[in-house]
Design a protein around this ligand. Structure first.
Ligand SMILES: *Cc1c(COP(=O)(O)O)cnc(C)c1O
Length: 422
């Protein structure tokens, strides 16, 4: 079984396979058959502690589950193979992954970040990192501004591409080239695309982070995060912090996320296909002001998508501005029948939300609008339903939201959305 042979059961280093492609690795990497029973699917290893045959001599590879656990190890091996990394480390959430990386920096360190990062990342950078003496500068155009923002204290660059919710892109290689001239580490949050569509380490990033909660698990039933990288020094540091801080996922969550990961290539392809169909429908609609989708030729950074994304895929995430303002946007979110009004993304089911009133409500209006997050901006996460049904649902919801608004002009006050934070 050559596919399984390349992932040794012992400790790192865990070199990625040069032989197999994504789908094969997704199914087989980190998935050895049980050597005792032959079980094809690993069992869930709930034991928190592992017997030792003599003092300080564990019988196998494990001592205590916070330090390492068979299900976490297998999941990490699989992620390392798919991100083309030597190492991967899993955490209890995407946010815990971010926090652990930031805590690896010495007091007095400086970080440069893109402006439109995930809300929770922005909150950590501005309200938590400062408490342990790490300063973060934000820029809306990092490729252009980076050289000027770098100081002798700059240790880390934080990129999110595509950004949330406006889907603008960053040229990872261009940023890495500038950062590496000064010995600075580049981190890419790859949550919006998953390793199937984009592998940032190949484009020069030093660490790739994922909220596993989204595409990797893919079924909206696990909260988890992961970081992947090639450097032995980064591994030593983050592995130490993973154990010392203890924000680790449970064996059951690792097992579920690993099961989800095995179909990532199928789901990501289908979500991208649906994303492209829905984006085209929106672009062709008279009820839509603008569409943000990196798979459309009209996207202002389409060239970066063609260079960085597998087959130029656009992914499953998109956003658009609807005609008729905030009230029409709210009506759209309630008029869809297949898309559920909810936060989050990357699951098999399609979701719709209003960033200005939900995920991005914490950002002051002025700052929000500079980033393109207007009250009439609707964000969509395309799932893996039939694309024809999604397109029909979007068409009928647009009509209801925009045409109904004209017919009932004066009656619609947008107050019918008491469940907007649910
Ligand atoms: C959800 C998300 C996170 C945070 O992940 P959690 O698992 O919710 O902690 C970070 N970055 C992006 C882009 C996300 O969408």
């Amino acid at each position: 079984m050559a596919i399984q042979d390349y992932t040794p059961v012992d400790t790192p280093p865990r070199a990625p396979s040069p032989l197999h492609r994504f789908g094969t690795l997704a199914v087989h990497a980190g998935s050895p058959h049980d050597p005792v029973t032959g079980a094809v699917i690993e069992s869930i290893s709930l034991s928190t502690t592992f017997a030792q045959s003599a003092v300080g001599q564990p019988m196998g590879d494990y001592e205590y589950t916070r330090s390492s656990n068979p299900n976490r190890d297998n999941f990490e091996r699989s992620i390392a193979a798919l991100e083309k990394a030597k190492y991967a480390l899993a955490f209890s959430s995407g946010s815990a992954t971010t926090a652990t990386i930031l805590q690896s920096l010495a007091q007095g360190s400086h970080v440069v970040s893109v402006s439109d990062v995930y809300g929770g990342t922005h909150r950590y950078f501005t309200k938590v990192a400062s408490a342990h003496g790490v300063r973060v500068s934000f820029t809306p155009s990092i490729e252009a501004d980076l050289a000027e923002l770098i100081t002798p204290e700059t240790k880390l660059i934080w990129i999110e591409t595509p950004s949330n919710p406006t889907l603008s892109l960053v040229d990872i290689q261009a940023v890495a080239d500038i950062a590496h001239r000064s010995g600075i580490m580049v981190v890419v949050d790859n949550t919006f695309l998953s390793p199937y569509v984009q592998t940032p380490l190949v484009h020069g990033a030093d660490i790739v982070v994922q909220s596993v909660t989204k595409y990797i698990n893919g079924h909206s039933d696990v909260l988890m995060g992961v970081a992947a990288f090639n450097s032995d020094a980064i591994y030593e540091r983050l592995k130490f912090l993973q154990n010392a801080i203890g924000a680790v996922p449970s064996p059951f969550d690792c097992w579920l996320a690993h099961r989800g990961l095995k179909t990532l290539h199928l789901r990501a392809r289908e979500a991208s296909k649906n994303g492209a169909m829905v984006a085209q429908t929106l672009e062709d609609s008279p009820y839509v002001l603008a569409v943000n989708y990196p798979g459309l030729d009209s996207h202002k950074q389409r060239k970066i998508a063609l260079k960085q994304h597998r087959d130029g895929l656009g992914g499953g995430m998109l956003s658009f501005r609807i005609q008729g303002g905030k009230a029409a946007a709210e009506r759209f979110c309630q008029a869809t029948q297949i898309f559920t009004l909810a936060e989050s993304l990357g699951g098999v089911e399609s979701l719709v939300e209003l960033p200005a009133s939900m995920t991005h409500m914490g950002i002051p209006r002025e700052q929000r609008e500079i980033a393109g997050v207007f009250d009439d901006l609707v964000r969509i996460s395309c799932g893996v339903e039939d694309g024809v049904d999604l397109v029909a649902d979007v068409r009928q919801a647009l009509k209801q939201a925009v045409v109904a608004s004209k017919l009932t002009n004066g009656f619609s006050n947008g107050h019918g959305n008491g469940n907007v934070h649910a």
